[in-house]
Structure formats: C-alpha cells, structure tokens
Design a protein around this ligand. Structure first.
Ligand SMILES: *Cc1c(COP(=O)(O)O)cnc(C)c1O
Length: 346
C-alpha cells in the first residue's frame, strides 16, 4: 500500500475541519462534494478530469463524494486508480452494444415495491436511495444516489416476505442501507426478524470505505441485536483500508458480525496482480473474507471499466497458491437481463 502523508481534513470551502465535526457522519453527509467547484478547491485535477467535470451532461452518475473520500484522494497521487472509481470520465457518455440501463433486469424481478426476487430463497430489499460517495461504475445508475430524498416506503416488502415462507434470506441494499438513521435501521431489522421463516439477514454497504465514521458504537449495538447478520462490504482498492476504515471493521468484528467483501474487477483500477493481492490479503488480515470478484455488469457507460473474463481468470490463477485460500474470492458474472449470478472460474 502507498504510504500516505497526513493532510489537513478540509471542507468543500477549503476550511480545516475540527476533529469532532470530521468524525460526525451526519456532518460528513451534509458536507458532501457535489459540484466541480467544490472538488477543484480540494484536489489538484488533471486536464482530463477537468474536461470531464466541465461536461455534466456526459456523466452517468452524479458527482458525490464525502469529505472523507475526498481527503483520501487528496493524499494519493493524481494518477491514483481510486480517482477513476469516483471522478467523472467523458467515456461515461458512450453506450456500448449489449449495455443496459438496468443490467440485472431487476425491474422485471420486482415482486413488491423495492423488493427483488431473483433466486429461490433470497430477496434483495432496496431500502435506501442514497450513497455516501457515488461510484462511477455503479450497476444501479438508473437509481442514482439521491441526497435528501425520502427513503422508500419500508412497509410493503416485509408483508410480501411474510406471505412467502420459502424466503429464508433477506439482503438489504440500495443505495446504502447504513445511511438510514439508527432508528430506521432498527425498525427495518425488527420487522424482518419478526417473520418466523427469515433466518439470515445481510446488509450490503460501502460505508466502511467511504464514511467509516458511520460505524458508531450505537449502530453496532443495533446490528448486533439482530444477529445472525452478515455484512457484505464493497472494497475496490487496498488504499481504501485507511486507519479509520480498519477501526470501523474492528468495531463490527468485535460485535460478532461476520464480514465479507465484494469487489468489481475494474480496468486500470484493480485489474493487476499486485493490487488484487494487496487488497485481498489486507482484507483477510482485517477480518474480511473476499467473497465475490464481480465481472463488471453490463451497465450503460461502463465499457472503459470492463476488463476481460480471461484476464480476471488469469489474475485469480496467479494468486492461487501464493496467498491463503481465504484471500481468494469467487469470480462471478451477473447475467444481463436477470439470469442471476454464475461463477466464471478460474
Ligand atoms: C447477488 C444477489 C443475491 C445474493 O446472492 P448470493 O450469491 O446468495 O450472495 C440475491 N438476489 C439478487 C437479486 C442478487 O443480485
């Protein structure tokens, strides 16, 4: 991992932020960077980044970064691959053949509002509309993060699940479920736990990477009360494992919450052996099992991120035998149109 100089933690207007505010996740959310001007004030930008920032009509996702993510990028060199994961690129406007607005066909598998049923015993419940930081390669660009929008009505989905005893496994996603207030998360998990046939709860979240201060002792107490609950985290690059991020993982682990991670294979971001090795090894060392390496979904405007399937297989083969087996995820493709996930080897 790149050694990082410490930089002052700054708000979008350039002012140094006191530590108590910086550690407040609500302050972080309220002070997200959403305009080219805010970003320009904090980060020295490359000419290509400037051109992309000047052309919002080309963006497939809104510009949205927590001060925490922006500060991480500010400590990294301008050529750092994580910038490609979070800063707009003119190539987002290109729509390649066989790319779709809703690449997983989730709309077609919706059985109740915000509830997707695409595998026999599992449902995906999209409980939140906002994300801390927007990822340029997001699969759900047709449901972009919407800061300040009211969350979806949480009532119909648990009613549907209660009427379907074959559902034993509920995966909460969005948006990022952990951006909801503590009381809302508690109420949601309570309503799902009240359904006798629901056994496993899972939450998909990127906040340990993009808003680590969200993992507060109060939130952890709530999650702990609803075990068995697994967290499915999203990590892209080993440099996301900052001291704040590692601390958030430790809090979750100490509460008995198993952690696994999903990574999207991204061209020129993480599709090289040293990066994937450092990512997966360091996740294991921090108590996170690398679960899936996803082949980039066929979402519109993501062709510049797509590495080839043979490249993904070769990378995993190269790791085999040189890292603990725990550090090797399954390489998966989500079939365009909603055919579900299938393993791609190696
Ligand atoms: C990924 C996914 C799941 C969960 O899949 P697992 O392989 O069990 O982790 C469930 N429903 C949908 C719609 C999914 O995309």
């Amino acid at each position: 991992m790149t050694p990082r100089p410490s930089v002052p933690r700054r708000a979008a207007n350039g002012a140094v932020v006191p530590a108590t505010l910086w550690r407040d996740w609500r302050w972080q959310l309220a002070h997200r960077l959403r305009t080219p001007e805010a970003l320009t004030a904090l980060l020295p930008l490359t000419p290509a980044e400037r051109r992309a920032l000047a052309a919002p009509s080309a963006w497939r996702m809104p510009l949205l970064l927590t001060p925490s993510t922006a500060s991480l990028l500010a400590t990294l060199p301008p050529s750092h691959p994580l910038r490609r994961a979070h800063l707009p690129d003119l190539r987002e406007a290109r729509h390649a053949p066989a790319e779709y607005p809703d690449p997983l066909g989730e709309d077609a598998h919706q059985v109740a509002p915000h509830l997707i049923h695409a595998s026999p015993h599992t449902v995906l419940f999209l409980v939140a509309r906002d994300c801390a930081t927007a990822c340029r390669y997001c699969t759900r660009a047709h449901l972009p993060p919407c800061p300040g929008c009211p969350p979806p009505d949480p009532a119909p989905a648990p009613r549907w699940i209660a009427a379907h005893p074959e559902i034993t496994d509920v995966l909460l996603s969005g948006g990022d479920p952990l951006l909801l207030p503590d009381e809302t998360i508690d109420a949601l998990l309570t309503s799902l736990r009240a359904i006798p046939h629901v056994r496993l709860l899972r939450i998909g979240t990127k906040v340990p990477a993009t808003l680590p201060m969200r993992i507060t002792p109060a939130l952890v107490r709530i999650l702990r009360a609803h075990r068995p609950l697994w967290l499915s985290l999203h990590f892209t690059h080993p440099d996301e494992l900052t001291p704040d991020t590692k601390k958030s993982l430790r809090l979750l682990l100490d509460a008995g919450l198993p952690l696994c991670s999903q990574t999207v294979l991204l061209h020129h971001v993480n599709d090289d052996e040293p990066t994937l090795r450092a990512l997966f090894e360091n996740l294991v060392l921090n108590g996170v099992k690398p679960y899936y390496l996803h082949y980039t979904d066929a979402a519109e405007g993501t062709a510049h991120f797509r590495a080839s399937i043979p490249r993904g297989r070769a990378l995993l083969r190269a790791l085999n035998g040189t890292v603990p087996g725990y550090a090797i995820p399954l390489f998966m493709q989500d079939t365009p149109g909603g055919g579900g996930k299938h393993p791609l080897g190696p």
